[in-house]
Every structure is written in C-alpha cells, then in structure tokens.
Design a protein around this ligand. Structure first.
Ligand SMILES: Cc1cc2nc3c(=O)[nH]c(=O)nc-3n(C[C@H](O)[C@H](O)[C@H](O)COP(=O)(O)OP(=O)(O)OC[C@H]3O[C@@H](n4cnc5c(N)ncnc54)[C@H](O)[C@@H]3O)c2cc1C
Length: 344
C-alpha cells in the first residue's frame, strides 16, 4: 500500500482514565485547580466551566445519547498545555477525555461523568511538505480542515486511514484498538497519494422504491469478492414520508472517469431505478456533494442518536431483503421511529 501512517506524536501515555463499561466520575472541585495562576496556561488556552459560552463549543456533541458529562473543559492552544491538562487530571484523580470533532458515537462514553474535557479543537494545524510529500496535522484537526489544502497541493487522502504504518507500530494499533485514552495524539504525519483522475470522482446517487429492494440487493450481492478497488457503494434503508414507504437510497462513488464508473456500476444501473443522479465531484467535496447532499443535515450536533454496528464478512442478499422488510414493518408499526435507518 502506498499510503502509510508515518508518525504519531503523543502528549503522554496514560492508561485507563475512562472506564468503558462502568461509570467513572469525580467529586473534585476543578475550578481552583484549573484557575490556579501557577498553571501558567498559554494565553490562547481556554479554561471553561458549564456556565461559560466557551464550554458549549468545547463539549457539544453530535449525539447526546448516553453522553459523557464534564465539570470543566480545557481547550489547549499548545502541546505543553495538553500535557498540563492531563497531568492535573491524573494528579487530582479526575477522569478526562480528549476529543476532536465530538462526532464519536460510542455509547459507552457515558461511563465518564463530571470529568474534564480536553478539547483539542485549537490544535487543528495542517502542514503539507510538498518535497517530502507528507501531511502533518494537529490532534484536533477535522477532515473538513484537511480536504481543501491537500487537494490544492495535488494530493489525495482517501486511502490514508486504511494504509499501513511505518513507525510507532504498537502505538498505531493500540490507539486504533484500545478505546479511549490510551494516549492523546497531538500530531500525526501521513503520506498522501498523488491525485488520481485529476481528483475527479464519479458520484451516482440512486433511489430504489420498496418494490425493487430484492433486485437491488441481489445486484449488490453480485459484487461479493469482485468489487473494483475504485468503487465504493453505500446503501441506506430509510423511510420516505412522501410515499409512506421504506426505500433504498444508495450512494455509489467511483474513483475514475464516468465511462469506467458506469461500466462498473452496470449491474445496479441496468435495473433502471426511477431516480438516478450522476455527477463529477472533485474529491475534496466528496462528503458534501455525494449521498443526496445529506451530509450537512446528518452532521447536525446536539441530537439524540443511538448507533449500533456489525461487521459483515460477506454481504447476503437474503439477509438484506429480510432486514429491509423488517424495517418496512417497523416503520408502519412505530411512526415515531421513522427517522431510523440502516446503513450498509
Ligand atoms: C454520521 C457519521 C458518519 C461517519 N462515517 C465514518 C466513515 O465513513 N468512516 C469512518 O472511519 N468513520 C466514520 N464515522 C466515525 C467517526 O470517524 C468517528 O466517530 C471518529 O472518532 C470521530 O472523530 P471525532 O474527532 O469527532 O471524535 P470525538 O468524538 O471527538 O472522539 C472520539 C474518540 O476519539 C478519541 N480522541 C479524539 N481526539 C483524540 C486525540 N487527539 N488523541 C487521542 N484520542 C482522541 C476520544 O477520546 C474518543 O474516545 C462516522 C461518524 C458519524 C457520526
């Protein structure tokens, strides 16, 4: 694989300050600890408490279902202040959580109560070294911060996170698998790839009504073991309030020319779905311009959402069809749950 996770910088290693199955909470009064002048916080570091407007920015989450709660937040402006926040938490036995975009939905994060939020959002630097062809980002950087600069520099990051590592192997796999707080990443360096197809993707949004769900899932199953590396197919079972039925909304994206894309998608497109939208999308607009443009509404914060996932080794059409039919029955029986969906 050409992309690789080259280097991780950790502020410190600190084992298990957030239990993932039982509640960890603190009765320590954080105000005197965090406002002690001897902390010498950097000028731009923000310390906030629940009554402060800054506290909302530091802690507001995408989903509020079973969420952690905080007695205070630190938004460090420097790596040294990240270390300081972690050290103070450990010294005073206060549970803490470092967070980036607050988009994570692990329901077990509710195991942290009255803790300290270490909001990494100010550490959102994006540095591109053109000659070394590397991308270095701060620990609070969000994808939206990376997309435009890396695209403008002529690189592609779509395979970045699936690439292999080249250093700090134990840390890399540890941070991916250990759950919260194995350590706090303050920066990471990646090796991006050159732009493919001039950075243009072919995006195909398709709607299949309930009556076509069997043919769609059989077509999807036909890709088992043969799906081209350049093709990504995402399928959503959702409720359509206009038709009063369950439906399939599918977003298929191909990293290549439209001609190649349509050929790769032929088993699905040959079913003649009633609604097809085909567009050329620069990859830096991949999130906002594909999937029926639903990214913005999907990302609205502060909503109650509970998510559950399973890994599929192979996709079974009969299981998908049965799931679709169960969802259709569920939508009819529980109108209040019609915003529920399944993403494959
Ligand atoms: C609608 C939606 C679509 C998604 N689609 C995809 C997808 O296509 N592919 C995919 O891979 N994922 C996807 N995700 C999952 C998403 O990538 C993860 O939830 C990710 O953790 C969110 O990052 P965040 O910075 O918002 O995390 P946060 O919610 O801020 O944190 C999540 C976890 O990461 C830890 N963490 C955050 N920053 C640091 C740091 N600097 N150092 C150490 N630990 C840290 C936190 O402690 C916490 O345990 C999706 C999520 C949503 C809500």
């Amino acid at each position: 694989m050409q992309s690789f996770f080259a280097h991780l910088t950790f502020a410190c290693l600190s084992f298990v300050h957030v239990a993932t199955t039982s509640v960890v909470s603190s009765r320590t009064d954080l105000r005197p600890i965090l406002t002690d002048p001897s902390n010498y916080w950097t000028a731009n570091t923000v310390v906030s408490f629940p009554e402060d407007p800054d506290f909302v920015n530091a802690t507001e989450r995408w989903t509020i279902y079973d969420s952690p709660s905080y007695a205070a937040a630190v938004t460090p402006a420097t790596e040294a202040d990240v270390v300081k926040a972690v050290t103070l938490s450990r010294t005073h036995a206060v549970p803490f959580l470092a967070t980036g975009g607050h988009h994570g939905y692990t329901t077990t994060l509710g195991g942290l109560q009255a803790g300290l939020a270490i909001d990494m959002s100010q550490l959102n630097s994006v540095t591109i070294d053109n000659s070394a062809a590397t991308l270095t980002i701060g620990g609070g950087t969000r994808f939206r911060d990376i997309m435009d600069p890396i695209y403008a520099a002529g690189f592609d990051i779509r395979k970045l996170l699936s690439g292999a590592y080249s250093s700090n192997a134990d840390l890399f796999w540890g941070i991916r698998g250990a759950g919260a707080n194995l350590g706090v990443i303050v920066s990471a360096t990646y090796k991006p790839e050159p732009l493919a197809n001039g950075g243009i993707l072919t995006s195909v949004d398709v709607m299949f009504p309930a009556s076509m769900n069997t043919s769609y899932f059989n077509a999807l199953q036909s890709y088992n073991g043969t799906i081209p590396a350049k093709l990504a197919a995402s399928t959503s079972i959702a409720y359509n309030a206009s038709t009063g039925e369950a439906e399939i909304l599918a977003s298929w994206i191909y990293s290549g020319t439209r001609e190649e894309a349509l050929e790769a998608m032929a088993p699905m497109l040959d079913l003649n779905p009633p609604l097809v939208s085909i567009s050329d999308v620069p990859w830096n607009q991949m999130n906002s311009a594909t999937g029926f443009g639903l990214d913005a509404v999907t990302c609205e914060p502060d909503k109650t959402r509970s998510l559950y996932g399973v890994n599929l080794r192979t996709l079974s059409a009969s299981t998908c069809i049965s799931t679709f039919n169960k969802m259709a029955t569920f939508y009819d029986a529980f109108p209040e749950a019609q915003s529920s969906s399944i993403l494959i």
